[in-house]
Ligand binder design. Structure first.
Ligand code: CU
Length: 150
């Protein structure tokens, strides 16, 4: 019985992450950014295909500006997926739902580097944080909210 349950759980796990298969994310980061790499690993674990390129800080800053990320919404790394910009520690699940919804927008951002966001793990603790939808008119909307965990 137990092995059947395990098989079912495994199947659900594989099937559940199937939507992330085929999603290709191109990530720009600096060479020494450990949390950027941890976020890349989080995306890969969800089934996404990730390419990375290391840039000098100034080049990365220009890349962010070029792809619509204002200073207030910047974090460490910047990803590009299907024409959208993904700034900072955005959960893979939110990238998948962005691609499902396909809003007319610049992309998603988790400004700063909230503790407990993917790639910023610190035990099981988590600060409350929002995933913002960056809109083309310069405004933002809350795309998803994550509650604090003690
Ligand atoms: Cu970071």
């Amino acid at each position: 019985m137990r092995s059947i349950m395990t098989t079912v759980a495994l199947f659900l796990l594989l099937f559940g992450s199937a939507h992330a298969e085929g999603i290709r994310v191109d990530v720009k980061k600096t060479a020494t950014c450990g949390c950027c790499q941890a976020w890349v690993d989080h995306l890969k674990k969800s089934g996404m295909q990730v390419t990375t390129e290391n840039m000098a800080t100034g080049t990365l800053a220009r890349f962010k500006r070029k792809h619509g990320v204002k200073p207030a919404y910047q974090a460490c790394h910047t990803g590009r997926v299907a024409g959208y910009t993904i700034e900072g520690h955005v959960p893979a699940k939110e990238i998948a739902s962005l691609l499902k919804q396909r809003p007319d927008a610049i992309g998603l951002s988790v400004p700063g580097m909230p503790m407990g966001s993917p790639g910023m793990e610190y035990g099981t603790e988590r600060d409350a944080y929002d995933v913002l939808l960056l809109k083309k008119d310069g405004s933002t909307e809350v795309f998803a909210s994550y509650k604090a965990k003690p």
